[in-house]
Design a protein. Structure first.
Length: 487
């Protein structure tokens, strides 16, 4: 596509240079630029890529989109906001790929990963080729690729959607983070269904207040639009039990479908029976009911199942098909994942890194054991500091023995993070072991028959971030190794 043709979708811009080159591809990372690419200069929190424009041109960039004039010998398209321009031009270049997909977005503090995986499984079991974008990976059919962020930037998203379509994907589901919504990463994404799981304290280092955090989340629902197009309905699927439910319901003009344990919800669960390895309940919908027997433990997973089921049902999938798909799922990586190595006690690894998610997991464990509960938990560095003492309090309230340890300290001193957690803590059922491997070893060494160890905070992550260094570390591997040493 010629540069000037591509730029037709921008309302206002200034161009320096008379050439009209053919644009081979779009790039926003200077090291990935090849001949004929259009390079976007983005002001990031760590790097301002305006300073890297010359390197991009040396690598072959045919033109540059910028927020300022640049001393380069290719056309420079000057815009007010490069991020917004990137979203618009990416949609244009890849022929608005999300409009060719049935796209579901899931947002909320907790439950996004599990809910998206449940939705993906339902559609794929039905026979559709599906795409999934989220914290764990980008999945195209059965092919999996690594993902850097929960929600990629706008350019990467449009490229992924284009690849989905090329691969025959008809149905896609993605996690949508508050950061992505606030930063406009999903501008240009034509969502058909938006799902709200819940909202609790998190990311206040970025959003500052819970009101700002809620406002960012609500953008997914307000951006569904105000029109009602026949044959192209838009839906908002809302957790009615969340205290912020009304806020999100009033944020959208789309059809609202509610779910929850509250009988007033459109999709709700009754006759709930929680077990250590799953739960059973009756799922009630506006039209019919069905008995469910799932392999996912905890009340929080019933919410995830209801959200996924509602999304699938309004997409035309029968309750019988939904039931068959969900009941076959044993779990999602790093979400209440059991570590089995022949031990006579339980080890559960979970991504719980917020006060609410930690409490939910510990409540579930409390309901399935009468034996000792050992908790290994920390808080990440360079993140919301206000949740540290709250999480420590929750861990000590529910745990018989608690081991506070490092969890991606990044550029903070691990001991200062741990001090923030324990300051003012009146409990005495804890110890502090900054080395995460040592903490897991200690937990295993004190576990008795029937006890439950919860290793919380990192879940699926297979790395530890200390300073600027990223080293391999997997809670599951560390737990298995500790058990084998014990044996």
């Amino acid at each position: 596509m010629k540069l000037h043709t591509l730029l037709e979708v921008l309302p206002f811009y200034t161009i320096k240079g008379n050439d009209n080159p053919e644009i081979a591809n779009l790039k926003n990372h200077h090291k990935k630029v090849q001949n004929g690419d259009l390079f976007f200069c983005i002001k990031g929190s760590d790097v301002d890529s305006h300073t890297l424009a010359k390197e991009a041109v040396i690598s072959g960039a045919a033109a540059v989109v910028s927020e300022q004039e640049l001393d380069v010998d290719v056309p420079v398209v000057i815009v007010k906001n490069s991020r917004r321009a990137m979203a618009v031009l990416s949609c244009r270049f890849y022929n608005e790929p999300s409009k060719q997909l049935k796209l579901i977005g899931v947002t909320g503090t907790n439950g996004k990963t599990t809910t998206t995986h449940l939705i993906e499984r339902i559609f794929s079991t039905k026979g559709d080729k599906t795409g999934l974008i989220g914290t764990l990976y980008v999945k195209t059919g059965d092919e999996v690729a690594a993902s850097k962020n929960t929600t990629p930037d706008s350019l990467t998203l449009q490229q992924i959607f284009h690849d989905f379509i090329t691969s025959g994907v008809k149905q896609a589901v993605m996690e949508v983070s508050s950061h992505a919504l606030y930063q406009g990463r999903v501008h240009g994404c034509d969502f058909d269904i938006a799902v709200f799981t819940n909202i609790t304290q998190d990311h206040l280092d970025y959003h500052r207040t819970m009101e700002e955090y809620k406002s960012a989340k609500s953008l997914l629902f307000s951006q569904l639009g105000n029109s009602f197009v026949e044959g192209q309905p838009k839906y908002s699927v809302i957790n009615l039990d969340d205290p912020s439910a009304d806020f999100f319901i009033h944020s959208t003009a789309a059809h609202v479908i509610t779910y929850g344990l509250n009988s007033k919800a459109d999709f709700h669960a009754k006759d709930i029976n929680l077990r250590h390895n799953g739960s059973s309940f009756t799922m009630v919908t506006p039209k019919e009911s069905i008995d469910m027997n799932i392999q996912l433990a905890g009340e929080f997973n019933i919410y995830n199942v209801l959200a996924a089921s509602a999304s699938a049902y309004i997409s035309g999938i029968s309750l019988k098909e939904i039931k068959s798909s969900i009941q076959s799922i044993k779990g999602v990586s790093g979400r209440f994942e059991r570590v089995e190595a022949g031990q006579d006690f339980s080890v559960i690894v979970d991504y719980a890194h917020t006060p609410d998610s930690l409490e939910n997991v510990l409540k579930t464990i409390e309901s399935i054991t009468d034996e000792k509960v050992i908790v290994v938990v920390g808080c990440g560095g360079d993140r919301d500091k206000t949740k540290r003492p709250v999480m420590a309090q929750i861990a000590c309230d529910y745990g018989d023995r608690v081991i506070f340890t490092s969890d991606n300290p990044r550029n903070e001193d691990p001991m200062e993070i741990l001090s923030d957690m324990t300051e003012g803590l009146k409990h005495s059922n804890y110890c502090v072991l900054a080395d995460r491997k040592e903490a897991i070893n200690h937990a295993v060494s004190i576990a008795g028959k029937g006890d439950v160890i919860l290793i919380a905070g990192k879940g699926h992550e297979a790395y530890q971030i200390i300073g600027d260094s990223v080293t391999h570390f997997d809670d599951r591997e560390a737990a298995r190794a500790a058990i084998k040493r014990l044996q």
